[in-house]
Design a protein around this ligand. Structure first.
Ligand SMILES: Cc1cc2nc3c(=O)[nH]c(=O)nc-3n(C[C@H](O)[C@H](O)[C@H](O)COP(=O)(O)OP(=O)(O)OC[C@H]3O[C@@H](n4cnc5c(N)ncnc54)[C@H](O)[C@@H]3O)c2cc1C
Length: 375
């Protein structure tokens, strides 16, 4: 296979798909190269929460990016359904961040006040109000931060919808093809070397999730990232036990279609091992029972694990490498890659098209932070 494109994207997860979709829509000739099957890694494992206010509690560039991305979902859901025929399962019923200790209660009340100052909707629910929303929750809960605009999607469906919509717009999707190197001429990216041949392109975008750092390092390019494994399980119930996503430190419960309940997730640093451990699962089960006692009677469905891509400073990398013209990187989305995927695709496409972007915001995710490229 020797082919030539405007852009070649390495990695068919949610971020590769989102970028492929945006660029193909704008008329670029795009190839999306996936080592295995589309969306088979973190983007398949994810619970699909759009937790802009739940996960990110401090004001800063990541919070701003997350809010912008969250706002894109309603229109995107319609657009992707129309193009790909896939329903991404967008649910806008809000999230509840529950407090199990007086310290958490105090902390969450401060977050509510800060987020309100930033113009976001959120309020505190005392236990009796909380029970009106979610009667099955445990009596041990001391109240909850209610976040009406943090929703959820089906992460695998979103990832597949991006890739399929990109294909409808003319992108070539190439599965079971591993990128093993980069074609670099005088410091400029000219394409990729795969296990089935070379693919030439003016721009190369690495979106290989937790494997991005490894692939780049094997080719002498250093970015400061590390993997964080996460395990989840799901159960089935005849009637849904909860309506809203319930989030707490160390455990969340996400109600899906058909009485499915996804419980996640563990956090194990510096491993690419995708096995599910008994220790990880039993810890999650214990926490889930404390939050939602009725889960004990639910029917077991399955368990799985995925590897999140994290950076040393906790911010994703979105931009062109300063030393290699035409080599772009979008990774390090850590726990929020599903939430951040729409804005990641949009920003990379805007930057490549040299459209005006919010430069102040983007600087925080660019290679200007030198720690990202120092070994
Ligand atoms: C258990 C768990 C729960 C999560 N829950 C949420 C959540 O609720 N909300 C949220 O926003 N985020 C969540 N996340 C985080 C989110 O899943 C990730 O941030 C996101 O999926 C990263 O997407 P990606 O496209 O960058 O990487 P990935 O989905 O990992 O995709 C990278 C792709 O690149 C491919 N690849 C790797 N190397 C090569 C190569 N050399 N050549 C070609 N292809 C290659 C891989 O096969 C893979 O398909 C969760 C993650 C985990 C693990």
């Amino acid at each position: 296979m020797n082919k030539s494109y405007d852009v070649v994207i390495v990695g068919g997860g949610v971020n590769g798909g989102s970028i492929a979709f945006q660029l193909a829509k704008r008329g670029f000739k795009v190839a999306l190269i996936e080592k295995d099957q589309l969306a088979c890694k973190a983007s398949h494992a994810a619970a699909g929460m759009l937790g802009a206010q739940t996960e990110l509690t401090e004001d800063g560039p990541l919070f701003q990016l997350a809010r912008k991305s969250r706002a894109m979902f309603p229109a995107l859901a319609d657009e992707l359904r129309e193009l790909s025929g896939i329903d991404i399962g967008l649910v806008n019923k809000g999230m509840l961040k529950i407090a199990l200790t007086p310290e958490e209660k105090g902390e969450f009340k401060k977050i509510i006040s800060l987020q309100r100052q930033l113009g976001e909707e959120t309020s505190w629910l005392e236990p009796e109000e909380l029970k009106k929303y979610e009667p099955e929750l445990s009596d041990r809960i001391l109240g909850a931060m209610y976040i009406p605009h943090d929703g959820q999607v089906s992460a695998p469906d979103l990832s597949m919808a991006f890739a399929k919509a990109a294909a409808v717009m003319g992108a070539d999707i190439v599965e079971y093809t591993e990128v093993i190197g980069f074609i670099l001429e005088h410091g400029t990216a000219k394409g990729v070397i795969t296990n089935t041949g070379n693919i030439y392109a003016d721009k190369v975008i690495v979106t290989a999730g937790a494997w991005s750092g490894r692939l780049l390092k094997e080719n002498g390019i250093y970015i400061s990232t590390y993997p964080v494994k996460g395990e989840c399980f799901s159960v089935l119930t005849h009637k849904p036990l909860i309506e809203k996503t319930i989030f707490s430190h160390g455990c969340y419960l996400v109600p899906k279609k058909g009485g499915r309940l996804v419980v996640g997730a563990t956090m194990i640093k510096n491993t690419f091992d995708e096995q599910v451990s008994l220790g990880g699962l039993s810890g999650l089960m214990e926490r889930a029972k404390v939050i939602l006692p009725a889960i004990e009677k639910a029917k077991w469905e399955k368990a799985w694990a995925g590897i999140r891509p994290q950076t040393e400073d906790g911010l994703p990398i979105i931009g062109e490498h300063p030393e290699y013209e035409g080599l772009w990187i979008a990774t390090g989305h850590y726990r929020n890659g599903i939430l951040l995927s729409p804005i990641t695709g949009l920003l990379i496409a805007d930057l490549i098209e040299r459209k005006p972007v919010d430069e102040k915001l983007l600087r925080a995710f660019s290679f200007e932070r030198s720690s990202i490229i120092q070994a």
